[in-house]
Design a protein around this ligand. Structure first.
Ligand SMILES: Cc1cc2nc3c(=O)[nH]c(=O)nc-3n(C[C@H](O)[C@H](O)[C@H](O)COP(=O)(O)OP(=O)(O)OC[C@H]3O[C@@H](n4cnc5c(N)ncnc54)[C@H](O)[C@@H]3O)c2cc1C
Length: 383
């Protein structure tokens, strides 16, 4: 049976970032994904916020044009226009980003098992047997560390007996390509209790791609029907008539905040599997990059010291305090269940205090907290 230092299940942004960083240090890694082609079945719109763009390098050609303008719409399509002096967002060309990260990892020795499903694991004491399946054929590998980067509904979390996401919204969008647009890049966000219950509907238009999507609590709406209705509602705002539909994207987005127990001596969780998504904005790309960086440092320390207990320093408690206010805001947003209430909320956002709040949500230089390894050093000693 082949043996690896680390098996990472899931080659989304979280798994790829972790594989890239750990492979640079020399870990022997198997990266597994059930997809044959990572550029298909993408789970995200790909909007990166300013702080992520400042703190991480993106290969040339993998980001769309900068977006400085946001228009917020009420259910009756009243508007608030917000403009920033800075480049606030860019829509990532996710297929290219995934491919670049994968090439980087493979060049550093990562073995990539594509079209391979994770089927379970026998969790041992500091060494686990991971069961995989490719084209109906099962095989197993051994690993010192098992990493769950397998998304919001993580099977790895279950088998490692770690915390699991309990609250999520679903997002569903269509992506259109438009090569020669002279429109100014703009993010349009729509409040609508029927079409996006508990969240937003959006049109992200950076002049190269237009993403039209809806998000909300699954029990409250039918995303496909809502998207149809949303396109009708907004046909005067962005004209999709002559554009080709390039792809559809969708999936669960955990909004319950970072989970508490995200590691034990046998492995850990990153990205959506760890609940690392802002409960307010539902942004998970910045958290995926930052948490994976921290995870790679902890895992490397575990490999270097040979002490599986080092992994216990990787705890959701290190991050949860930063999410308290966002979790409260999510609870409040959930109570805006009808259009009248939302229209009223929108009137507040048009005022001075509400306007400041809206600017803070869209243009605040927020990010997932960065945790240095030394911040957890005290705990390492205790362990
Ligand atoms: C419609 C939508 C739009 C979004 N837009 C934004 C946005 O604009 N900005 C933002 O910041 N956040 C956004 N988010 C959230 C963000 O996309 C996610 O938080 C982020 O992509 C999570 O990355 P991940 O690597 O953890 O998970 P994923 O990208 O979901 O990757 C998980 C991987 O695991 C693989 N996998 C799962 N189970 C198995 C198994 N058993 N065996 C093998 N492989 C397996 C899957 O194939 C997949 O490749 C959006 C989410 C959705 C659903």
């Amino acid at each position: 049976m082949k043996t690896f230092d680390v098996v990472i299940v899931g080659a989304g942004l979280a798994g790829l970032q972790c594989a890239k960083l750990l492979s640079r240090r020399g870990a022997k890694i198997l990266l597994v994904d059930r997809k044959t082609d990572l550029t298909r079945g993408v789970h995200t719109t790909g909007i990166f916020v300013r702080k992520t763009l400042e703190d991480f390098d993106f290969p040339a050609g993998t980001l769309g044009k900068a977006v400085k303008n946001v228009t917020l719409y009420s259910p009756k399509l009243k508007t608030i226009n917000l403009t920033s002096e800075k480049d606030e967002f860019r829509v990532g060309k996710m297929g290219l980003i995934y491919d670049e990260l994968l090439n980087d990892s493979v060049a550093n020795g990562v073995r990539f098992a594509r079209a391979t499903s994770y089927k379970g694991a026998e969790i041992g004491n500091g060494e686990s047997v991971v069961k995989l399946e490719k084209k109906g054929e099962s095989y197993s590998v051994k690993t010192k560390v098992l990493i769950g980067a397998d998304g919001a509904n993580s099977r790895v979390a279950k088998e490692l007996r770690l915390d699991e996401n309990k609250e999520w919204i679903v997002g569903y969008e269509e992506v259109f390509h438009c090569s020669h647009s002279s429109r100014e890049p703009r993010l349009h966000c729509f409040l609508d209790a029927k079409l996006s219950p508990g969240y937003l509907a959006w049109i992200a238009d950076d002049g190269e791609e237009i993403h039209v999507g809806v998000g909300g609590y699954a029990a409250e709406f039918n995303p496909r029907e809502a998207l149809k209705e949303f396109k009708l509602k907004t046909k005067e705002i962005v004209d999709l008539k002559d554009l080709d539909l390039a792809e559809t994207r969708g999936g669960r987005i955990p909004v319950g905040g970072v989970l508490r127990r995200i590691a034990n001596e046998n492995g850990l969780l990153i990205g959506d599997a760890a609940g690392a998504v802002s409960p307010l904005t539902a942004g998970g790309l910045d958290p995926a990059l930052r948490l994976s960086k921290f995870a790679s440092e902890i895992v490397w320390e575990r490999l270097e010291t040979g002490n599986p207990k080092v992994l216990l320093n990787y705890s959701g408690e290190l991050f949860r305090a930063r999410f308290v206010s966002r979790l409260w805001m999510r609870r409040i947003i959930k109570t805006f269940t009808n259009q009248k209430l939302l229209e009223l909320g929108f009137t507040f956002l048009r005022g001075k205090i509400g306007g400041k709040f809206a600017k803070h949500v869209f243009f605040g230089r927020g990010s997932f907290p960065d945790v240095e390894l030394r911040q957890s050093a005290r705990r390492v000693e205790i362990i």
